[in-house]
Design a protein around this ligand. Structure first.
Ligand code: SF4
Length: 230
């Protein structure tokens, strides 16, 4: 795919998604970190439901430690894998207090050293909380990058490398959310909504869904400002 086409794809996505941001609700880097750790193999909606109650009660490392592992579990027990996530959140809160003065660090190395924080989570924090030009490749972005041929790759690291190298500078900060929301609401896994897709003319996917088989994209895509997700 050539550079002009790539730029045009991002221009069209930016027009279609005026507020490219996370659907996880958060107010501080620490809240975002907790929400992203909780969101592994869970829906953002389910995480928001839990954190809507958790954060008013505890939204700092000190307050989370004061809750204790069992106390924390009471707030997050509706979330998949909550036992392990509670353990990691307690451990990472302790490390933040002991090594980082209670604040979320801003480097990949320090973030990835926290329990429950892998490369993808670190990329989301760096991009969403600190405005770094990282692109966390999740299942949605991996699918969109390969289908469109924007950044084809056999694994997430290959797609991440290609996206960071080829995405036009003016779009790299928002690329993560533009692609994730496009994948979540339009270029969905089972039957992509090609007939209503804003980049259908540029997308190189050979098996596009024929016209007449999909509905309009949901309003959520057109106005994600009502949400605050990573
Ligand atoms: S045309 Fe279809 S396959 Fe291509 S990006 Fe749009 S929804 Fe996805």
């Amino acid at each position: 795919m050539n550079a002009d086409k790539r730029r045009r794809i991002f221009e069209l996505l930016a027009e279609a998604i005026p507020h490219p941001t996370t659907e996880l609700r958060y107010a501080t880097p620490f809240e975002l970190l907790i929400a992203v750790v909780l969101s592994a193999q869970a829906t953002d909606k389910g995480v928001n439901k839990a954190t809507d109650k958790l954060f008013p009660a505890a939204n700092t490392p000190e307050a989370i430690l004061a809750l204790g592992e069992e106390g924390l579990k009471e707030y997050i027990k509706s979330i998949n894998l909550y036992h392990g996530k509670a353990r990691n959140i307690i451990a990472l809160s302790r490390i933040l207090l002991e090594k980082h003065g209670g604040v979320v660090p801003r480097t990949r190395e320090e973030l990835e050293a926290l329990p429950g924080v892998g490369r993808k989570t670190a990329n989301v924090i760096l991009n969403t909380a600190f405005g770094e030009h990282t692109i966390a490749v999740d299942t949605h972005i991996f699918r969109v990058a390969n289908r469109t041929r924007l950044a084809p790759g056999k694994n997430v690291r290959e797609v991440e490398r290609k996206l960071e190298k080829t995405t036009p500078k003016e779009f790299i900060k928002n690329a993560h959310h533009l692609l994730i929301l496009h994948g979540r609401y339009t270029c969905v896994a089972r039957k992509p909504k090609c007939p209503v897709c804003p980049i259908a003319d540029l997308c190189e996917y050979p098996d596009k869904t024929p016209p007449g088989q999909v509905q309009q994209p949901p309003a959520a895509l057109l106005d994600s400002s009502s949400k605050t997700n990573a």
